[in-house]
Ligand binder design. Structure first.
Ligand code: SF4
Length: 512
């Protein structure tokens, strides 16, 4: 492997525990974060954000827990140490597979999106893009990026990936917008760095990270050069403002109960505003070279679409499990119609997972020295299944569980001594299972199956369904499929059969 800079850092190697991550976020006092109109100084104790911190924390704890330790650790050749997989650069298909498996398991432990994968995918994307630049003789960005990677891996940082610009008028390109900051852009170039302005929306986990890695959201043209910028900054950099978004049932986190709010981990999304923010040159990984933006977006999107095969199937397991247990509470778990619905849910769930694994096993190298990427066709198939199947799975689970999912009383009713015995009597199904267990399962099913993490994020996260269809049309070789049809129908008798059986064209990134 060709790495052209010397590892001179004196920083002690750290694979952080969950507690150490939480402590780091607690000390990050200066970040300007707002929740429901109020400034939050400590996200670790804020009732709205604490469940998000706990979900993030699970990615650190995974490196120390018996069942996930092997999946959650990987050897980094860049610092010659073991690192948390969430800051690892994939070294082969086995790493891509481990990603999908780790994500499935972490969904079991959190019941939500654990938010750390976007920054991870951003790292792997920049590794490939800056590597491509280096292969063409431009080592500046490569060397900067590898130093940044060392910084991230040695400190085991929690990163957010910020890609989606607010976009203003959707039919206009960045340089045509009436609001010039509708896409994040460079507003000033200085000797020591650049000043950036703009905002990124729907940023997963943004309030709970150490740093944010910013990527362009779309392919740019020459006229958009000022918008072709990628960089990283600590979240408490002056000029950065984070406004956390609301989600369904979010106020339950602040009620202080222990049933209605389950799962106790939840993710958040937010708007990050760059109000004339200074970025030093050593944190700039793409600067006005608009030609790299198309491949960058394609590489990042495919990485994240692959990951959905793991995390969403993991949430599917939670929902299938809750539906099965709820069927038991009312004595219908052995009924053929319930077994049929459960089998359908399993089929939908394992289809998402299988596609994620296929995208991983069929991954390939984009750089001479590595730069492992997923198979873009199967990554897009994965995400397209994810845009559909969670809704089907949720519908089937609600069908099995019954209307109680939408009508169950609050845990505070169950805790009220005046009505507790009445509710225990009338909420109970089979006598062996107490009413409180049924209520707990109902709340879990409700909170996970109608969550942003399982539904809305499944449609829009990593690109909406239309984006995958664009990729299908780019990647599928209709001419080759046509030749196959013409050969079999004897319209054409000589066909040049390629080695690969799949009729597929190379993606933009594979052609570089
Ligand atoms: Fe990770 Fe899934 Fe959340 Fe994306 S949606 S950050 S892949 S858990």
């Amino acid at each position: 492997m060709k790495i052209r800079f010397k590892l001179t850092s004196q920083t002690r190697f750290m694979l952080r525990t969950g507690e150490q991550y939480v402590e780091g976020i607690r000390e990050r006092r200066h970040a300007k974060i707002y929740v429901m109109g109020k400034r939050v100084t400590d996200v670790t104790t804020n009732l709205f954000l604490k469940p998000s911190v706990l979900a993030f924390k699970a990615t650190f704890d995974a490196a120390f827990q018996e069942d996930t330790r092997d999946l959650a650790r990987a050897y980094s050749p860049y610092i010659n140490e073991e690192v948390n997989r969430f800051v690892h650069i994939h070294q082969g298909p086995q790493d891509l597979v481990a990603k999908v498996k780790l994500l499935r398991r972490l969904s079991h432990k959190t019941g939500t999106c654990f938010q750390r994968c976007v920054g991870w995918d951003a790292l792997n994307t920049l590794y490939i893009i800056t590597g491509k630049m280096a292969e063409r003789g431009d080592w500046v960005y490569r060397e900067r990026f590898l130093k940044y990677l060392e910084h991230v891996q040695r400190r085991d940082l929690a990163l957010a990936g910020a890609m989606t610009d607010v976009k203003g008028v959707r039919t206009l390109r960045p340089n045509e917008q009436p609001n010039p900051d509708a896409y994040v852009r460079v507003v000033e170039e200085r000797d020591d760095g650049i000043i950036v302005s703009g905002a990124k929306a729907n940023i997963t986990g943004i309030a709970a990270v150490d740093e944010v890695v910013v990527l362009p959201t779309r392919a740019m043209t020459e006229q958009d050069a000022a918008y072709a910028v990628s960089f990283s900054i600590p979240l408490d950099t002056p000029g950065v403002v984070v406004v956390v978004g609301r989600q369904i049932n979010d106020a339950r986190k602040m009620e202080g109960g222990d049933i209605d709010g389950v799962p106790y981990m939840a993710h958040h999304e937010g708007l990050i505003i760059f109000n004339n923010v200074f970025v030093p040159w050593d944190r700039v990984f793409l600067y006005k070279d608009w030609r790299w933006t198309g491949p960058l977006v394609e590489i990042f999107a495919s990485f994240h679409r692959q990951g959905y095969g793991g995390c969403k199937s993991g949430l599917g397991d939670v929902i299938i499990g809750a539906a099965y247990e709820l069927a038991k509470t009312i004595g219908v778990d052995n009924k053929p119609n319930v077994a049929d619905k459960l089998a359908e849910m399993v089929f939908l769930n394992e289809s998402m997972y299988s596609a994620g694994l296929a995208a991983s096993w069929e991954g390939s190298k984009l750089l001479k020295e590595g730069g492992w990427w997923v198979n873009p066709m199967y990554a897009n198939v994965t995400k397209h299944l994810v845009a559909r199947f969670p809704y089907e799975i949720s519908k089937l689970a609600h069908d099995i569980a019954g209307g109680i999912v939408g009508t169950a009383p609050s845990e505070f009713d169950l805790k009220n001594e005046e009505i507790r015995s009445l509710l225990e009597k009338y909420l109970q199904g089979v006598p062996e299972i107490p009413a409180e267990e049924r209520l707990r399962l109902v709340r879990l099913l409700e909170n996970v199956s109608v969550s942003v993490g399982f539904l809305i994020e499944s449609v829009h996260g990593a690109g909406s369904p239309a984006a995958q269809k664009i990729m299908f049309n780019r990647l599928y070789d209709y001419e080759k499929a046509g030749e196959i049809a013409k050969a079999l129908s004897r319209i054409k008798v000589t066909v040049k059969w390629p080695k690969a059986p799949e009729p597929r064209r190379p993606s933009e990134s594979e052609k570089l």
